[in-house]
Write a protein that binds this ligand. Structure first.
Ligand code: FES
Ligand code: FES
Length: 159
């Protein structure tokens, strides 16, 4: 099968890659672009491990075809930190020890960043709703939730 040429922007930088027409964005990010921060869990849209932002919208990259990235803007977990400086969500996840195996963590970081970008002062209910698509088999959700709400408070300058 002939490959498709895709031109897109990932984490603020123009990039291009070749892909099978039926390849998922998840596989292209990992296999063609070497961005292995985005994790593969279920590949059926159920776990959220593969979450990325596509034109600012939170999506499961396992459910997006790679050719759909043409001309779009993608943010992966690699684009969340500012250089060496971790995003507050990343810092708070570490501070709260809100991870164990870490497979769910990149997806949670991306989803939490999207939540706080849209709702700088999220209620617990909003945060639970926003993260409902991200499954964690290790930690339970309380520490994750505390970390995300704490990160939002820090970003508002309250702590
Ligand atoms: S790997 Fe995409 S939702 Fe699970
Ligand atoms: S830390 Fe292991 S799945 Fe969440």
């Amino acid at each position: 099968m002939s490959k498709l040429h895709v031109q897109t922007r990932v984490n603020g930088e123009a990039c291009e890659f070749l892909c099978d027409p039926r390849q998922s964005l998840l596989d292209s990010l990992r296999d063609e672009l070497g961005l292995t921060g985005t994790k593969e869990g279920c590949t059926t849209g159920d776990c959220g491990a593969c979450s990325v932002l596509l034109d600012g919208r939170l999506v499961c990259s396992c459910l997006v075809l790679a050719p759909e990235a043409e001309g779009r803007e993608i943010t992966t977990v690699e684009g969340v930190a500012q250089g060496e400086a971790l995003h507050p969500v990343q810092k708070k996840i570490l501070e709260h020890a809100a991870l164990q195996c870490g497979v769910c963590t990149p997806g949670i970081v991306v989803a939490a960043k999207a939540l706080i970008d849209r709702h700088p002062n999220p209620t617990e209910e909003q945060a639970r709703y926003w993260l409902a698509g991200n499954l964690c088999r290790c930690t339970g959700y309380d520490k994750i939730l505390r970390a995300v709400l704490d990160a939002a408070a820090e970003m508002r300058g309250e702590v």
